[in-house]
Ligand binder design. Structure first.
Ligand code: IPM
Ligand code: MG
Length: 360
């Protein structure tokens, strides 16, 4: 199979971890008889420095003509501050490229061999942690109008709008139910239905859809309670489905349960051609650009390597190839000998990558 991928390393450690994951992909493709066609493109500060914008037209073009986008990270906090909000890389590039991709899947899995890296007590994690968080990605507070700051100090007013339509809620709930059906058949729908109108509609629609999935055990949970239960009984969670901002916050919290944010991959998916803008599936590790360790071969490549596995699964339907990457990666993590600094080890990004490749 021809694997056509737009590769956007971006800033900071994005460059190293994307390079590592592409090395793994090349080896897997070779073993299974596939051909990787990678088109590299600039994004973030890497693009501002060369083209004057974080998302140049040439990068958009490259994204459009490929089947998937592999993305590293954008943003360099020191330099971001020199730009107005609206021109910062995360707005100009990240939110733009995610347009139309309403389903953000973030997989939090604690490798048993790294149980001691999980900040929770052993007795709380004995049954393991394997949670798929499904975050709605194109609605809610991030995009709702009106939005902005108006008036003159000291009477300025700031507004963000939390808005969801029935169809936006239903399509993400469906992803939640379908995903749960393929896993352990438990779906936790997270909302704030005791206060928010959007959440009341969300809960009503989730309850109704639940009737079509009698095999899936549906539970509703308020977001404040969910943030607590994740720490109290993480093993009880299978699939979580929630709106944009709740999902942003809960997925960072949950990532610590995996031992490090450096282990959590993600996929952002839409329906092909759904809204005409960018419906090319977008794959990224959930961590950022970490400029403090960039260029030193210290970054953990695992989140991006597992992100490539998600890409093989979801975009190319290559589940055996994806499973091979996951197996080799978790073998390295569980052995606990070759680990980067975030996991208490001393190995480099390339050593971890070499170890994964050796196990393929
Ligand atoms: C994430 C990030 C982004 C988000 C920011 C950088 C806009 O926090 O991917 O979780 O909130 O979606
Ligand atoms: Mg976030």
């Amino acid at each position: 199979m021809d694997l056509r991928i737009a590769v956007l390393p971006g800033d900071g450690i994005g460059v190293e971890v994307v390079d590592a994951s592409m090395r793994v992909l090349d080896v897997v493709a070779g073993k299974f008889g596939h051909k990787v066609h990678a088109e590299f493109a600039d994004v973030g500060w890497a693009a501002i420095d060369k083209h004057g914008t974080a998302l140049p037209a040439s990068t958009r073009e490259i994204c459009k003509r490929n089947s998937a986008i592999l993305f590293g990270a954008v943003g360099l906090p020191d330099r971001d501050q020199t730009l107005p909000q609206k021109e910062r890389p995360e707005r100009v590039a990240l939110l733009e490229l995610r347009k139309g991709l309403y389903a953000n899947l973030r997989h939090v899995l604690l490798p048993p061999g790294l149980a001691s890296r999980c900040p929770l007590k052993m007795e709380l994690i004995q049954r393991g942690i394997d949670i798929m968080i499904i975050r709605e990605l194109t609605g809610g507070l991030y995009y709702g109008q009106p939005q902005g700051i108006s008036g003159a100090s000291p009477d300025r007013k700031a507004i963000d709008t939390l808005a969801y339509s029935e169809s936006e809620i239903s399509r993400i709930l469906k992803v939640g139910f379908e995903t749960a059906r393929k896993r352990r058949k438990r779906l936790t729908s997270v909302d704030k239905a005791n206060i928010l109108a959007t959440s009341q509609l969300w809960r009503e629609l989730a309850t109704a859809m639940g009737k079509q999935y009698p095999d899936v055990q549906l539970e509703h949970m308020y977001v404040d309670n969910a943030s607590m239960q994740l720490l109290r009984r993480p093993s009880d969670f299978d699939v979580i489905v929630t709106e944009n901002t709740f999902g942003d916050i809960l997925s960072d919290e949950a990532s610590m349960l995996a031992g490090s944010i450096g282990l959590v991959p993600s996929a952002s998916l839409g329906e092909p051609g759904a809204d005409g803008t960018s419906s090319v599936p977008f794959y990224e590790p959930i961590h950022g650009s970490a400029p403090d360790i960039a260029g030193q071969n210290k970054a953990n490549p695992v989140a991006t390597i597992l992100t490539v596995a998600m890409m093989l699964n979801y975009t190319f339907g290559l589940s055996k190839e994806a499973a091979a990457i996951e197996k080799a990666t978790f073998a390295v993590l569980n052995a606990g000998k070759i680990l980067t600094g975030d996991l208490g080890g001393k190995s480099t990004c390339s050593e971890v990558t070499d170890a994964v490749i050796a196990g393929l």
